[in-house]
Ligand binder design. Structure first.
Ligand code: NAD
Ligand code: MG
Length: 399
C-alpha cells in the first residue's frame, strides 16, 4: 500500500457534539497521527475538558463565556490554553490547520467556518446550515484562498464520491435518499401531537437534537437540497428525494445516458468523515462493513409532500433565491427551538417557516442588498429570526 498523505494539523469545531465525537472516534480508531490545534464547544464544558485532557490541543474554546472559569480550572496543569466567546471560536478556526471539521450546529457555525475557509484549509463541512445561510459566498471564499470544502453530510459525501468531475455537465439528476425519520408512517393527527422526545428518536442515526427534529419534519432534506444545489451547481428542478428507510444507499447521481451511480455503506458518520479526511485517498481503518445479505432487502418510496411540507418549502426557497434559503434556515432554527421548548406543536414548525418566508417576501426583505455576501446573509438571518419569533409567539398563544 502506498504512503498516505493525510492532514496533520486539525481543528474540530463543535467537538462535543455528535459529529465532533465521531471525528475524534475516527482519529482514535484509525490511529492517524494528528496534531489537534483546537477543540471548541458551545456549552458542554465538562465534555470539552475531558476531550482536551485526552487530546492536548493548543487551545480549548467554549462559546459560552460564563463557563470560562470552569474550563480554566478543569485544564489547570495541562498546558492547554482556555478561551471563551464566539470570537475565540472563530480565531481557533483560523489557527492554520490543514483540516478543519466544521461541526457546530446552526448558522452560528458560519463565522468560524468562513474564518477557516479564508485560511485555505480543507474544510470538512458537516454544518449544513452555514452553507444554506451563505453557500455561494462560503464556497467562493474557500476557492479564492486555495482551499476546499468537502461535504461530510452523508448524502453530499455520496454525491461528491460518485460525481465524475469531467461529466458534471452531464448530470441529469441528483437523487437524495432520506430515511423518512421517526414519523414516516404516522398520520397527521399523530404528528400534530408528537413530543420532542418522539421527534428526537431517530430510527437509524444518533444525532444532535436539532438535526433529529429536522429529520422528523424532513426539513433536513430541504436543507440538504439547498446544500446540494450550492455544492454541485445543480438547479432545484434536477434534485429529487426518495425515501429509503434503511439508510444504506446514501445518495445517487443520474447521468444523461441514464446510468445512475450510488454510494453505499452502513449508517455511520465516521465513513463520510474518513472520506473528507483522506480525500482523494482512502483511509484504512476498521470501519463497519456493509453486509447486504444481512439486510436482505432495501426499500424505497416517494415522500408524502402533504405530511412533510418542508420539502416543498425548501424547493420554493431555492426557486426564489436571493435571501430566501438564508431566511428559511433561520426561521427553522427558531421554530425547532420553540418546539423543543414545548412552545409550539410539531406541525407548527413548517407552518412557522412558511409564514416567515411569506411575510419577508411580501416585505421585500429577501432581496440581497449588501455587497459583502456573508454580511448580507447574516443580516437576513437576523431579520428572519425576529420575524420567526413573532410568528412562533402567535402560534404559541393559540396553543
Ligand atoms: P450536536 O448538537 O450534537 O453538536 C453541536 C456542536 O456545536 C456541539 O459541540 C456544541 O457544543 C456546539 N455548539 C452549539 N451551539 C454553538 C454555538 N452557538 N457556538 C459554538 N459552538 C456551538 O449536533 P450534531 O448532530 O453533531 O450536528 C452538527 C452539525 O452537523 C449540524 O449542522 C448538523 O446538521 C450536521 N450533521 C450532523 C449529522 C449527524 O449525524 N449528527 C449528520 C449530517 C450533518
Ligand atoms: Mg444528511
Amino acid at each position: 500500500m502506498g504512503a498516505l498523505t493525510l492532514p496533520r494539523k486539525v481543528v474540530v469545531l463543535g467537538s462535543t457534539g455528535s459529529i465532533g465525537l465521531s471525528t475524534l472516534s475516527l482519529f482514535e480508531e484509525s490511529g492517524v497521527e494528528v496534531e489537534i490545534l483546537a477543540l471548541t464547544a458551545g456549552r458542554n464544558v465538562e465534555r470539552l475538558i475531558e476531550q482536551a485532557r485526552r487530546w492536548s490541543p493548543k487551545v480549548a474554546v467554549i462559546e459560552d463565556e460564563s463557563k470560562l472559569e470552569t474550563l480554566r480550572d478543569g485544564l489547570a496543569g495541562t498546558g492547554v490554553r482556555a478561551a471563551a466567546g464566539a470570537a475565540a471560536v472563530a480565531e481557533a478556526a483560523a489557527m492554520g490547520a490543514d483540516w478543519v471539521m466544521s461541526a457546530i450546529v446552526g448558522a452560528a457555525g458560519l463565522p468560524p467556518t468562513v474564518a477557516a475557509a479564508r485560511t485555505g484549509a480543507i474544510v470538512a463541512l458537516a454544518n449544513k446550515e452555514s452553507l444554506v445561510c451563505a453557500g455561494p459566498a462560503l464556497l467562493a471564499i474557500a476557492k479564492a484562498a486555495g482551499g476546499s470544502v468537502i461535504p461530510v453530510d452523508s448524502e453530499h459525501s455520496a454525491i461528491f464520491q460518485v460525481l465524475q468531475p469531467d461529466c458534471a455537465h452531464r448530470v441529469a439528476r441528483l437523487i437524495l435518499t432520506a430515511s423518512g425519520g421517526p414519523f414516516r408512517t404516522w398520520d397527521r393527527a399523530a404528528m400534530a401531537a408528537a413530543t420532542p422526545e418522539q421527534a428526537i428518536a431517530h430510527p437509524n442515526w444518533s444525532m444532535g437534537a436539532k438535526i433529529s427534529v429536522d429529520s422528523a419534519t424532513m426539513m433536513n432534506k430541504g436543507l440538504e437540497m439547498i446544500e446540494a444545489s450550492y455544492l454541485f451547481g445543480t438547479p432545484e428542478g434536477r434534485i429529487d428525494v426518495v425515501i429509503h428507510p434503511q439508510s444504506v444507499i446514501h445518495s445517487l447521481v443520474e447521468y444523461a445516458d441514464g446510468s445512475t451511480l450510488a454510494q453505499l455503506g452502513p449508517p455511520d458518520m465516521r465513513a463520510p468523515i474518513a472520506c473528507a479526511f483522506a480525500w482523494p485517498d482512502r483511509l484504512p481503518w476498521p470501519a463497519p462493513r456493509l453486509d447486504l445479505a444481512a439486510y436482505g432487502q432495501l426499500t424505497f418510496e416517494s415522500p408524502d409532500l402533504d405530511r412533510f411540507p418542508s420539502i416543498g418549502i425548501a424547493r420554493e426557497a431555492l426557486r426564489l433565491g436571493g435571501g430566501a434559503p438564508t431566511a428559511m434556515n433561520a426561521a427553522n432554527e427558531v421554530a425547532v427551538a420553540a418546539f423543543l421548548d414545548r412552545r409550539i406543536g410539531f406541525l407548527d414548525i413548517a407552518a412557522a417557516v412558511a409564514g416567515t418566508l411569506e411575510r419577508m417576501n411580501s416585505l421585500g426583505s429577501l432581496v440581497v442588498t449588501e455587497s459583502d455576501a456573508v454580511d448580507n446573509a447574516m443580516m437576513i438571518d437576523a431579520s428572519a429570526r425576529r420575524i420567526a419569533a413573532e410568528v412562533v409567539a402567535q402560534k404559541h398563544r393559540r396553543l
